[in-house]
Design a binder for this molecule. Structure first.
Ligand SMILES: Nc1ncnc2c1ncn2[C@@H]1O[C@H](COP(=O)(O)OP(=O)(O)OP(=O)(O)O)[C@@H](O)[C@H]1O
Length: 252
């Protein structure tokens, strides 16, 4: 199977400052890859590079086998959808208009109305359709931007702390939906602080620390107490949940 997104020995940073060194990993169809690391570890920086919005200082990033810098923004947006962390809403577009913007990379189509409604139903914001985005709660706004990413129908969905403003039920609903999308063949790259969600939903985990990838692999092999201590500087206890094939991860 061919990788959808590949980082090959990539250095990332801002001006001359290097934030992440020697980053190499691949994402395949159907995979959910979680980015885990302390505040400031470089998760957002890596996501911005994966979205083609931050050029690497060195190394190569390939989207479906082609260097990502060879794609126009519109071409990129047909393959990649990005849900950013700080979702300021400056202009009072209606929530439905915001979601419709997700269709822009594809040009206009008769299917747009249906796709937008389905995406809004999925993230439970249909009732906000005509509400200005500037007049909804933080969690509702996050769900509108998630619906926009779903309406984009990209094969790769990049998310930066997508559940940060969501209540536990909404967060669980979102994770389950993303998991279903990966089961249908899409790929997810997601920065996530909720280690239990990481252990439950990811196929692979990339642990960032000390300006590089400290470990990567299946969740339970990667989220070890030793690795977590190295990344976060505190002790963690893992309580195995054998029936569910995962563990409860609790900082001491
Ligand atoms: N535009 C920028 N210019 C210069 N430095 C930046 C810029 N954006 C981020 N940084 C720096 O890069 C480092 C990594 O930031 P980044 O936002 O990628 O971390 P993060 O892992 O996403 O953190 P968090 O968990 O807090 O969201 C930080 O030290 C930050 O100060």
């Amino acid at each position: 199977m061919k990788a959808r997104l590949e980082f090959e020995d990539v250095n990332l940073g801002y001006r001359k400052k290097c934030i992440l060194r020697g980053i190499s990993f691949s994402i395949y169809p159907g995979q959910w890859v979680s980015l885990v690391g302390a505040n400031g570890a470089g998760k957002t920086t890596l996501l911005m590079a994966a979205a083609g919005l931050l050029e690497p200082q060195s190394g190569r990033i390939r989207l479906k086998g082609t260097d990502i810098k060879n794609y126009s923004p519109r071409q990129r947006a047909r393959h990649l959808a990005l849900v950013r962390q700080a979702l300021e809403a400056l202009y009072p577009f209606s929530c439905q208009e915001i979601v419709l913007f997700g269709r822009y990379p594809h040009g206009r189509s008769e299917r747009d109305g249906d796709i937008v409604r389905k995406a809004m139903a999925t993230t439970d914001v249909l009732h906000l359709a005509s509400q200005p985005i500037t007049a909804v709660s933080g969690g509702e706004r996050q769900r509108v931007f998630l619906a926009r990413a779903l309406a984009q129908e990209a094969e790769i969905i990049l998310l930066d702390e997508p559940a940060a403003h969501l209540d536990p039920a909404q967060a669980q609903g979102l994770f389950r939906h993303l998991k279903r999308l990966t089961e249908e063949g899409r790929s997810v790259l997601c920065a996530l602080h909720d280690l239990n969600a990481v252990a439950t939903f990811s196929s692979r985990v990339i642990l960032l620390g000390e300006g590089r990838i400290i470990a990567q692999g299946p969740p339970l092999k990667t989220l070890t107490p030793e690795n977590l201590r190295r990344v976060f500087g505190v002790e963690f206890t893992l309580y195995p949940l054998p029936d569910e094939g995962r563990a409860l991860i609790v900082p001491r």
